[in-house]
Design a protein around this ligand. Structure first.
Ligand code: ADP
Ligand code: MG
Length: 355
């Protein structure tokens, strides 16, 4: 029996890919699937962890000795190290973790894990920590102990999101605006069965390319550039020209999506998602053929309003906006066609449904 439980959801990013670490705009929405952490206090400064998903003996470490070991325990170590680094005092504990967020599918099981663990530790140790600060500690866990140089989108979405409400986040100011789904819409996430687990290296390269493009253009972050500066961007050496163009145009597409959601403009959503997918495929080069195929099959369905890859790329999932009530049946038809084309399954989940 645990002393307390905490949980946090995964998320699907509706649009705004690889914009977060450039200080730009994103539009994630939490999904119904969650990670749950049971916590039992102990008095010896040891943290012992079991995960239902990754079977094996309990893994343990002593608070204050957190060091990267390349296993999933790094996510937990990262949380306790980040809390301690921010001056919070925490006691040892036994943690039992379980989740129904698919791991490594672009739905941010990693942020769900970090936010759930941090919530459990906040409650057990009575820490003064608001939800934004908690999310930023989760990002720090992932950056420093896990070693993925990701932006703060995933943890902010998991920490602050509410069902069926997208979060429009400006990563430079951390201003957040809640954007409800328009009426009669299903948000489906369909996996490609291509795991992005080996994508960390490519993610790191994209981030470095963005930093280099910003440096050559004389700005601190690509966020500072708008569509009026695309001519200057075109003068960068390849592939930095394409990388920067993706970030600048993707930021514009996030703004346009917020506007289209407010107006319930299905045609605009379809155009914007298509342009986003093409930009990820051709300019940022983070899609794989199976994902391109999945999007093509999705947009061919009459009930589909819009579809694009979601998440960091190199596999993972697509997000599909479908006419309300039709999402699961449509996803099943897309999966059947995908199986014929690729021999792979395409597991789907209903991420949100508005009335
Ligand atoms: P995503 O966040 O898109 O699911 P990541 O590669 O960022 O993909 O994170 C997945 C990794 O996070 C897993 O390989 C595992 O190391 C860790 N992880 C996530 N959830 C759990 C869990 N419930 N138990 C143990 N490890 C987990
Ligand atoms: Mg992740």
């Amino acid at each position: 029996m645990s002393d307390l439980q905490a949980s946090a959801p995964g998320r699907v990013n509706l649009i705004g890919e690889h914009t977060d670490y450039n200080g730009g705009f994103v539009l994630p929405m939490p999904i119904p699937q969650r990670t749950t952490v049971g916590l039992r206090r102990r008095s010896d400064g040891v943290v012992s962890v079991t995960s239902r998903e990754l079977v094996g003996a309990a893994r343990a470490y002593v608070l204050g000795t957190e060091a990267h070991d390349g296993s999933w325990l790094d996510y937990i170590k990262g949380c306790t190290a980040a809390l301690r680094g921010a001056g919070h005092r925490i006691a040892g504990c036994d943690l039992t973790i379980q989740t129904d967020v698919p791991l490594g599918s672009g739905l941010s099981s990693s942020a769900a894990l970090e936010v759930a663990v941090l919530r459990a530790l906040r409650a057990a140790n009575e820490l003064e920590l608001d939800d934004v600060a908690l999310a930023l500690l989760g990002q720090r866990a992932e950056n420093e102990l896990v070693g993925v140089p990701s932006g703060a989108m995933d943890q902010l979405a998991s920490s602050l999101g509410a069902p069926c409400e997208a979060l429009f986040i400006d990563l430079r100011s951390l201003a957040i605006q809640r954007v409800p789904l328009p009426p009669r819409l299903d948000v489906m996430v369909i996996g490609s069965e291509i795991k992005h687990a080996l994508a960390t290296g490519s993610y790191r390269i994209r981030r470095a390319e963005c930093d280099e493009a910003a440096r050559l253009l004389g700005v601190a972050q690509l966020r500072e550039l708008g569509p009026g500066e695309l001519d200057r961007v075109a003068g960068l050496p390849a592939p930095l020209d394409r990388r920067a163009r993706h970030v600048i145009t993707e930021n514009e597409r996030v703004l346009a999506t917020v506007d289209a959601l407010h107006r319930g403009d299905h045609a605009a959503l379809g155009r914007i998602f298509a342009a986003s997918h093409a930009s990820m495929r051709d300019d940022f080069e983070i899609t794989v053929p199976e994902i391109d195929e999945l999007v093509a099959l999705a947009v061919a369905q009459p009930e589909v309003i819009a579809a694009r890859m979601t998440g960091g790329g190199f596999g993972g999932s697509i997000v599909v906006l479908a006419q309300g009530g039709n999402g699961p049946a449509t996803a099943a038809r897309i999966a059947a066609a995908y199986a014929v084309r690729t021999g792979l399954r395409a597991p789907a989940l209903l991420a949100g449904r508005s009335a």
